[in-house]
Design a protein around this ligand. Structure first.
Ligand code: FDA
Length: 392
């Protein structure tokens, strides 16, 4: 039987941060992962460049059934703390847009930084290690693993959510939570592309690869960013963002002319260029192909002067509030995050410790805390991992 101070299951973003911080405090830390590599999602993230935090991260960027839960941890380990670590390691980075910080080179720089910190602090990292069972004993938590039995004073669950099973995602954390009497709120895929199967599918397929600025709205939320047409439907940052607020059957509204009053603009164009065709006018805002397709599918291919005031209003309404009813999402196969998870009302917001079982902690995405797109989910992983590490 191997005794350790802290056993952490899951060597992803949250587990690595918790391990390196707890070990730096002098705790004897065992970090196990069933994968053959630590931090696989870090490597895949941000298109291979890891959007590791956001300059403007604050609690409003996160949602949960318990919206205040994230505040304490985010305040005690901020984006500036993580940026300080990145700078200390000389990892070059830049702001891409909207406060989103990305590596100049590769996401591997962030993973290597975390692994270096773990090694320096003496974390015992064991990959390809499965935990078969966890029991509570007088001495703490008894783990039956491939390494043999391990008994830990503190047990930290950092196994993430269900998104992208091929990157090692499992429901293990939820199973442990239930085993120890915690509620697990219903989970679903978030930050995920939409699938379109109705009459709009052809349009999406034909415009596949086209990206355009838009405001996408649903259920009282709006995001102003690009959308991307795909062979299956719609993606791009604004669509990924809204997917976290969308439920099956909901309509999504897309404003394809986000920077202007659609009707005013069209009226102005009609007055200034009465002989110009609608598609020529639209090609100032969209690609030529998109302007042509939208005109052919939705409107009439005729000069601006032939549109009646009502006809022009119809064009403005359609472009300003295009209604789309997705058939579904691409699901966990491609989702960046899992919504829902371990109910935070039974977890301390200061320490991430279970209110039911002292010594048991939940950190990162396994909890019912989800960030917007833009580096916020990693910031939650760093902050919650750091919070637990102060007390484990
Ligand atoms: P994470 O999933 O990182 O780690 C969980 C670990 O637990 C994994 O290593 C897994 O192998 C291990 N594990 C699971 N089950 C186990 C078991 N039974 N036994 C042992 N180990 C087990 N966020 C962001 O802020 N910026 C970004 O750029 C991106 N980009 C991005 C791209 C893609 C493709 C995805 C899928 C996700 C993102 N994200 C993101 C989201 C971000 O990756 C995510 O929120 C964090 O990685 C969550 O960190 P955790 O440590 O909680 O889980």
């Amino acid at each position: 039987m191997r005794p350790v101070d802290v056993a952490i299951i899951g060597a992803g973003a949250a587990g690595l941060m918790c391990a390196l911080t707890a070990a730096a405090r002098g705790r004897d830390v065992l970090l196990v992962d069933h994968s053959n590599k630590a931090g696989k999602k870090i490597l895949m993230s941000g298109g291979g460049r890891c959007n590791f935090t956001n300059l403007y991260a604050e609690p409003d960027n996160f949602f949960s059934q318990n919206p205040h839960f994230c505040k304490s941890a985010l305040a005690r380990y901020t984006q500036w703390d993580f940026i300080a670590m990145v700078s200390r390691h000389g990892v070059p980075y830049h702001e891409k847009k909207l406060g989103q910080l990305f590596c100049d080179n590769k996401a591997k720089d962030i993973l290597n930084m975390l692994l270096d910190e773990c090694a320096q602090a003496g974390v015992d990292l064991r990959l390809n290690t499965t935990v078969q069972q966890v029991e509570r004993t007088d001495a703490g938590y008894l783990l039956h693993t491939d390494l043999g039995d391990v008994v830990a004073e503190s047990l930290v669950i950092a196994t993430g959510g269900l998104s992208i099973p091929t990157l090692g995602a499992t429901g293990f954390g939820y199973d442990i939570a239930r085993q120890f009497g915690h509620d697990v709120l219903p989970t679903r895929a978030g930050l995920v592309p939409f699938i379109i199967t109705d009459q709009l599918k052809d349009l999406c397929t034909e415009l596949s690869g086209t990206s355009v600025a838009a405001v996408v709205s649903c259920n009282g939320q709006s995001f102003s960013e690009n959308i991307l047409f795909t062979h299956r439907g719609l993606s791009g940052p604004a669509v990924l963002q809204i997917s976290s607020f969308w439920h099956l059957g909901d309509a999504v509204q897309i404003n394809l002319l986000p920077d202007r009053d659609a009707l005013e603009w069209l009226q102005g164009q009609q007055a200034a260029r009465p002989d110009a065709e609608l598609r020529t006018v639209l090609s100032e805002v969209f690609t030529k192909k998109m302007a042509t397709l939208l005109t052919e599918r939705w409107f009439a291919a005729k000069p601006m002067k032939q549109f009646t005031p009502a006809g022009l209003r119809e064009v403005a309404d359609r472009l300003g509030a295009w209604p789309v009813v997705p058939a579904g999402t691409e699901g966990y196969r491609t989702a960046e995050v899992t919504l829902g998870g371990v109910d935070t009302r039974e977890v301390s917001p200061k320490t991430m410790e279970s209110r039911r079982h002292p010594g048991l902690y939940f950190i990162g995405e396994v909890l019912d805390v989800t960030g917007h797109l833009g580096g916020f989910n990693f910031q939650w992983a760093w902050a919650s991992g750091h919070a637990a590490a102060q007390v484990v």
